[in-house]
Design a binder for this molecule. Structure first.
Ligand SMILES: N[C@@H]1[C@@H](O)[C@H](O)[C@@H](COP(=O)(O)O)O[C@@H]1O
Length: 263
């Protein structure tokens, strides 16, 4: 796992956006895995700006989102489809027919999960998967105890996740307790994984992800198995790691090596 520790959330967003910008500059028809939550918002802003400045185009891009609430239609303001339209798709030159979010309103969600996996496969797999992380170490909606090889499926949300996400719902508004999420195995199949985390409330989850055991109790720890995973985190999210200076030293040595090799 590559660990990049930066000063603050603005730097994290910029670093993350640059990874995606480079990907699109190298391969215009990339398949991107996208995430919701507050953490990727500034990264999406960076992509919108780069697209407006004609540095990148989404014309030939296909996207797959990690997850969706089960029981919400895409027109519901709290649905992740609505979020993605608002925060990214409506501001870039992407063909919405090439943007996929698990169907929260599927009549048969189990079939829909298999269908989602088939679509990812038909697109040739995901080139880069963006991830946030829940306070309990969840990725997508893969809550603790999720199978480390799991595929897209219906998942019940934990009390902690429901509480964390309650801020987006009105007091009398129905908040789903179920979701459709890519599995951990689905995420691990992406050719590159970029996890962003900012703020002190993510420090325990980051500690468990980086230095904890590989365990279903911290779904993000599965990234320890990935060949090309990068964690882009701010000082606050990194604050519980045992030796931040060492991680920073590794990264600066990596940068020097890359520069020497002309990357
Ligand atoms: N399903 C999403 C996750 O994909 C996201 O990583 C997490 C953290 O969100 P935030 O970035 O707002 O902390 O929230 C939700 O539960």
């Amino acid at each position: 796992m590559q660990i990049v520790i930066l000063k603050n959330s603005a730097e994290v967003a910029e670093y993350g956006a640059n990874i995606f910008i480079k990907q699109l500059q190298n391969r215009a028809d990339s398949v991107l895995g996208l995430a919701t939550g507050s953490t990727p918002l500034a990264l999406y802003q960076g992509l919108i700006e780069a697209s407006k400045a004609n540095k990148i185009s989404f014309k030939d891009v296909t996207t797959f989102n990690l997850d969706e609430y089960l029981g919400l239609e895409g027109t519901h303001p709290q649905s992740y489809r609505y979020f993605m339209n608002e925060q990214l798709f409506d501001h870039i030159d992407i063909d919405k027919a090439n943007t996929f979010v698990p169907p929260g309103d599927a009549e048969n969600p189990i079939q829909a999960c298999d269908g989602y996996e088939a679509k990812i496969e038909a697109a040739g797999g995901i080139d880069i998967q963006l991830l946030g992380i829940g306070r309990n170490g969840h990725i997508g909606f893969n809550e603790p105890s999720s199978g480390l090889m799991s595929r897209t499926r219906v998942k019940t949300l934990t009390k902690a996740t429901i509480e964390d996400n309650a801020r987006f719902f009105g007091t009398d508004e129905y908040q789903p307790h179920l979701s459709i999420t890519m599995g951990i195995g689905t995420i691990l199949d992406a050719r590159k994984v970029v996890l962003l985390a900012t703020g002190e409330n993510k420090a325990d989850a980051i500690l468990a992800t980086v230095e904890g055991a590989l365990t279903a109790s911290c779904p993000a720890s599965a990234l320890q198995l990935h060949k090309n995973a990068v964690l882009v985190i701010d000082e606050a999210a990194a604050s519980k790691l045992s030796d931040c200076e060492f991680y920073k030293h590794i990264e600066s040595e990596n940068q020097k090596l890359m520069a020497r090799l002309g990357f």
